[in-house]
Design a protein around this ligand. Structure first.
Ligand SMILES: Nc1ncnc2c1ncn2[C@@H]1O[C@H](COP(=O)(O)OP(=O)(O)OP(=O)(O)O)[C@@H](O)[C@H]1O
Length: 227
């Protein structure tokens, strides 16, 4: 999808200073990384991409759809994965949670059931279909969060630090899973090693997009900024 961020400045209500200033960028690569210091505006930037945050000035369009006017349509195409999978679990059992994203999609009960079954087995969660979602391990919850998003077949997957709460094994598993996805991915992370094979990495600092380039070059600039 073609992501166009044009002249975006964003100030949260009640906050005196903008958390993003004059951001202009057009993205259409398959793998886009977003890095920067804590509080530099990364999460705000990616929340703009599915209309979770609407910019105070400027515009964000996804394949020509404007997030400030066509948010609902955009959220059908842009899946969003949060850092904390618990905040994404909305139904009691694993299978119900995955099925939840498929409501109001014009699917029959059988079609829904078959999609849920398919994705649960793809993510090695089929044994847990009837288990309580909140009782899964951290890694399994992150897989469930991903499965619940991917079952809706978004064209773009935005992920905000999806491996922060995971141990090394689960981090590797999620990294591999992300690498194999056919979808376009925008990933915010402090795990710089996840970005090695990415097409493009954006660096934010103090509310500005300060660099935009190949992974090695962007990571070097970020390291220099942090010293
Ligand atoms: N909903 C909100 N209301 C008010 N201020 C907010 C809100 N969300 C974020 N902020 C503020 O905006 C600034 C940028 O936050 P943001 O989460 O975009 O940064 P970040 O680069 O993702 O940080 P981190 O790496 O710590 O997750 C911070 O000062 C934060 O406190």
């Amino acid at each position: 999808m073609l992501i166009s961020v044009t002249g975006v400045t964003h100030t949260y209500p009640g906050r005196p200073v903008p958390v993003l200033r004059d951001v202009d960028v057009v993205l259409d690569e398959q793998r886009i990384g977003v890095i920067g210091a804590n509080g530099s505006g990364k999460s705000t930037f990616v929340r703009l991409l599915n209309g979770l945050v609407v910019p105070s000035s400027g515009s964000v369009t996804i394949d020509g759809l404007d997030t400030s006017r066509q948010g609902r349509e955009i959220r059908r195409k842009v899946g969003f994965c949060f850092t904390d999978p618990d905040s994404q679990i909305v139904m009691p059992t694993v299978a119900e949670d995955v099925a939840f994203g498929l409501r109001r999609r014009g699917l029959t009960k059988d079609e829904r059931a078959s999609r849920v079954k398919g994705i649960l087995s793809e993510y090695a969660l089929d044994q847990h279909a009837d288990h309580a979602a909140h009782l899964l391990s951290g890694g399994q919850k992150q897989l469930l969060a991903l499965a619940s998003i991917l079952v809706t077949e978004p064209a773009l997957l935005v992920m905000d630090e999806p491996t922060t709460l995971l141990d090394l094994r689960n981090t590797k598993m999620v990294a591999q899973l992300v690498a194999d996805l056919p979808q376009q991915v925008v990933l915010v992370t402090h795990g710089l090693e996840l970005l090695t094979d990415f097409d493009r990495v954006l660096v934010f600092d103090e509310a500005k997009l300060v660099h935009d380039g190949a992974p090695a070059e962007s990571i070097k600039l970020y390291r220099d900024l942090m010293t």
